[in-house]
Design a protein around this ligand. Structure first.
Ligand code: NAD
Length: 256
């Protein structure tokens, strides 16, 4: 199939997005399919993954929902096998699943901390552990894209989330070094304050939304489509010489 990801098989975790809106995982999945990839839509909520699948099918794209909790190693192994069983190869893994706990350490329970790390970091380790051998055996190489956040650098009020995303970025660089000679590229996107269902679910007021827009150098509100466009580039062969980077997609918040 033609397209910037034509012929590639991709797994996107957290492909469901909450509510009916377009979150990062759903936007990435839709753009990947538009660019010719076959996409395994992984989410712990089956109905959410099925909704993304229906959106892809409506554009005549190729995708299949897969119910899995990516904090389970058994589930990560099964999701990789499902991609191989269905399409015979694996080229791309997008580790998109993430939750945000907005607390200071003084207000945080140990259970909350462990949940934050398990969902945001352990899931990426487990999914990558099982995806890399499958990529090497079936495609002779591949690409991993981890979704971080600029909260790794601007973490006020978000200490557990910020720490987890700092770990995601360190993991990205170390994995890029470890697996580069095998033909595995590993990069991260650090989204800024895009307006997505994840953010809207927090009940954001219009004035806060406007303040977030003004915090960007461009004075523009971002959406999940902005994150997805960067994901297509980093996972395509156009980025064949790009590995170990953390790309902020934030309207210029970090330079403002
Ligand atoms: N929205 C933003 O503005 C923003 C900013 C910075 C970073 N991010 C990052 O983007 C990523 C997600 O974005 P999104 O818009 O797709 O979020 P989302 O909340 O809309 O969707 C996440 C999906 O992940 C699924 N999920 C959660 N835990 C799971 C698990 N253990 N196993 C399988 N599925 C699970 C949920 O069911 C949901 O469908 C996260 O890593 C987040 O930290 C978002």
């Amino acid at each position: 199939m033609a397209g910037r990801l034509g012929g590639k098989v991709a797994i996107v975790t957290g492909a469901g997005s909450r509510d009916d809106g377009i979150g990062n995982g759903r936007a990435i999945s839709i753009l990947f399919a538009r660019e010719g990839a076959s996409v395994l839509l992984v989410d712990r909520r089956r109905a959410a993954a099925e909704h993304t699948a229906s959106l892809v099918a409506g554009e005549n794209g190729e995708a299949a929902p897969f119910e899995a909790d990516v904090t389970s190693e058994t589930a990560c192994r099964a999701m990789v096998q499902a991609a191989l069983d269905r399409w015979g190869r694996l080229d791309v893994l997008v580790n998109n699943v993430g939750i945000g706990i907005a607390k200071r350490v003084t207000d945080l329970t140990l259970d909350e901390w462990e949940l934050q790390v398990r969902v945001n970091v352990t899931s990426m380790v487990l999914a990558s552990k099982h995806a890399i051998p499958a990529m090497l055996a079936s495609a002779g190489g591949g690409v991993i894209l981890n979704i971080s956040s600029i909260a790794s650098q601007r973490g006020r009020g978000l200490a557990p989330y910020a720490a987890s995303k700092g770990a995601v970025e360190a993991l990205t660089r170390a994995m890029a070094a470890d697996h580069g000679r095998d033909g595995i590229r590993v990069n991260a996107i650090a989204p800024g304050p895009a307006y997505t269902p994840m953010v809207a679910a927090g009940g954001m007021t219009e004035s806060v939304r406007e303040a977030r827009r003004k915090a960007t150098a461009l004075g523009l509100e971002g959406t999940a489509w902005d994150i997805a466009a960067a994901a297509v580039y980093l996972c395509s062969d156009e980025a064949r010489w790009v590995t170990g980077v953390v790309l902020p997609v934030d309207g210029g918040v970090l330079v403002n």
